[in-house]
Design a protein around this ligand. Structure first.
Ligand code: FAD
Ligand code: MG
Ligand code: MG
Ligand code: MG
Ligand code: MG
Length: 552
């Protein structure tokens, strides 16, 4: 079983560990998937069991059902109910699993370099060969260059949730000690969430539920008015990527629940016992403020993982987005050999989607008026139509470009009331450089995973015939399958016993208890297995009957 060595670094090559057997391995392409999260698992879900020799590489040997992670931090759900063993998921396709971290990809040798600590705790490195590689490694927490983040908690993984839960309960117990001064008690019970996106908001809501529902019962010594929950948000509103009605609803709800929302505020530093931030005032001046903290959650958006950054750098000019790995519309990694490497989920973005779409829209508009696109003079009313189209197709893009209307006037440099071709080009350039056009959501990763599964299934069937027809060097992806198109199915967020929905297209709803059930059932349906579903249902029932589990 001694592996052969090779590749640019002459490392062991893990062939024997990932090939089914000598004969089959030669005919079946090796499909290697980096990451066992939403993207990778969706791909596994719909892949034909017999077409590929599948290997998943991930440092975590479980899939994590992230939408429920905020609930797990306060004991509404058990942590183990949110995870599903990868090996279990892989059994359907008789796949292999290697618990390790991808460090690099040698594109011209078709090798992934991986690392892991061996049984002696020593780092070992080796190569895993592929015919097709799917990069689905997700994202990292964005530190925004803020000092003192070692004093904050993150919420990405199951261990994060465990640590948060322990910390929250520990603080409550410490606050109850007779030796704790009033000031210290107030500080221990001051919970600060930095980031007003869905994760921060849901965590704050869950925490509020916990404090309200269980605390009065189990910690009667603690006075409700000694406990405080704060959300620090850099923008003018929380849930600012959602429809306005949704973010209003959330703010009103929090105002009623006495969760303090601090908008237009930027965190400067997190110290062990306080957080320092600057807040823009209505008159435009900026003042520095601070809050005592017993706990701080840092959830201010995502940034690329070390692997993504490394690969983007390696691919040079073909990768120009600073936020994610760029792919073409067939989800093939730009700059890598065509049809070898794909990237999906949070780690990726489809290049030029928005600008391309606007360009083709304008082209149609021009032709319909019987003129050349280059001579098109775009009036504001035309721009509104374009904006409507963009809003429908790229809801996430619009969130970043909240003021599509204002863009028109910004780029009408000569203030003629129309945008000419040059002005439009400037505007499109800006749109492209500023955006990852797809949202960093489970919904998107899931759709991209399914897309690749369906395409790979088709390719496995067709490739022999195509090769016989001598289309060997052609673009097989485009020949057998359509380009990826994102369908926005709406966003959801949970806010203190109620849920808000943003269904895109101007539809939004916010509601009471019925919404919570609707919200749960949506995620029930998205959840991967009956096992997970049953475990979560039991947790909710248990919580309903006995309250949360406050042991840490
Ligand atoms: P992930 O699901 O993060 O998976 C990445 C995988 O890659 C993991 O298995 C990881 O271990 C592995 N990995 C990392 N580095 C390496 C490496 N170097 N080599 C190999 N493997 C590696 N989205 C929604 O749509 N709705 C929600 O309600 C929602 N709620 C969320 C709540 C929380 C608390 C969080 C953190 C996220 C939430 N999201 C939600 C976002 C959603 O989880 C992500 O968009 C989604 O997980 C992206 O899928 P992915 O496959 O790209 O990455
Ligand atoms: Mg994944
Ligand atoms: Mg995941
Ligand atoms: Mg990914
Ligand atoms: Mg003009």
């Amino acid at each position: 079983l001694q592996p052969r060595r090779g590749g640019p670094k002459n490392l062991p090559i893990a062939e024997v560990y990932i090939d089914d057997d000598e004969t089959k391995a030669k005919t079946k392409p090796r499909l290697v998937i980096l990451g066992g999260g939403w993207g990778g698992v969706a791909l596994l879900k719909d892949l034909n069991p017999d077409d590929y020799n599948v290997t998943v590489i991930s440092p975590a040997n479980y899939f994590l059902f992230t939408p429920m992670l905020p609930s797990a931090t306060v004991g509404t759900l058990e942590l183990r109910s949110l995870v599903e063993p990868i090996r279990r998921i892989l059994s359907r396709v008789s796949g292999h699993f290697i618990r390790a971290k991808a460090e690099d990809v040698e594109f011209s040798h078709k090798l992934v370099e991986v690392s892991q600590l061996d049984h002696k705790g020593k780092e070992v490195r080796f190569y895993v060969p592929y015919d097709k590689l799917v990069i689905a490694v997700g994202s990292a927490t964005n530190p925004h260059g803020v000092k003192g983040l070692e004093n904050a908690f993150f919420l990405k993984d199951i261990n994060d949730a465990r640590m948060i839960r322990n910390k929250v309960i520990q603080n409550l117990e410490l606050a109850c000690l007779p030796t704790t001064s009033d000031d210290d008690r107030k500080r221990l019970l001051s919970f600060v969430v930095s980031g007003g996106g869905p994760t921060g908001v849901e965590f704050a809501a869950e925490l509020y539920d916990l404090l309200n529902e269980d605390l009065t019962r189990h910690f009667p010594r603690l006075l409700r008015n000694e406990i405080s929950v704060h959300i620090i948000q850099s923008r003018g509103h929380i849930l600012n990527t959602y429809d306005e009605t949704v973010s209003k609803y959330a703010e009103e709800r929090f105002a009623r629940d006495q969760v303090e929302v601090l908008t237009n505020s930027r965190v400067k530093e997190v110290q062990p016992d306080k957080i320092i931030f600057s807040q823009k005032q209505e008159d435009g001046s900026v003042i520095t403020k601070e809050l005592p903290i017993g706990f701080c959650l840092w959830s201010t958006g995502v940034s690329p993982t070390a692997l993504s950054q490394k690969l983007a750098k390696k691919l040079g000019d073909s990768q120009t987005n600073r936020h994610a790995l760029e792919t073409d519309t067939h989800l093939r990694l730009n700059g890598a050999p065509l049809g070898d490497v794909y990237a999906i989920g949070d780690c990726s973005t489809v290049q030029n989607n928005v600008a391309d779409s606007i360009v083709s829209f304008l082209r149609k508009l021009a032709w319909s008026r019987g003129i050349e696109p280059e001579t098109l003079q775009l009036h504001f009313s035309d721009w509104r139509t374009v904006a409507q189209d963009v809003k429908k197709r790229f809801p996430q893009a619009v969130n970043h470009l909240k003021r599509l209307d204002k863009l028109f006037f910004e780029f009408d440099k000569d203030q003629s009331g129309t945008l000419d071709f040059g002005e439009l080009r400037e505007l499109l350039n800006q749109i492209d450089s500023k955006l990852t056009s797809l949202p960093a959501t489970a919904q998107r990763a899931h759709q991209q995973g399914l897309y690749l599964a369906h395409k790979f299934n088709k390719m496995a069937k067709i490739s022999d015939a195509m090769l016989a027809n001598d289309i060997r060097d052609g673009d097989l992806d485009a020949a057998v399958y359509k380009a990826f198109e994102y369908r926005h199915l709406g966003s959801l967020a949970y806010i203190g016993n109620s849920a808000v929905f943003d269904l895109g297209d101007g539809w939004s709803m916010a509601g009471g208890l019925w919404a919570v059930y609707a919200w749960r059932s949506v995620y029930f349906a998205q959840s991967v297995s009956f096992r997970t579903r049953s475990l979560m249902a039991m947790d909710w029932m248990k919580r309903g009957l006995f309250g949360r589990d406050l042991v840490a």
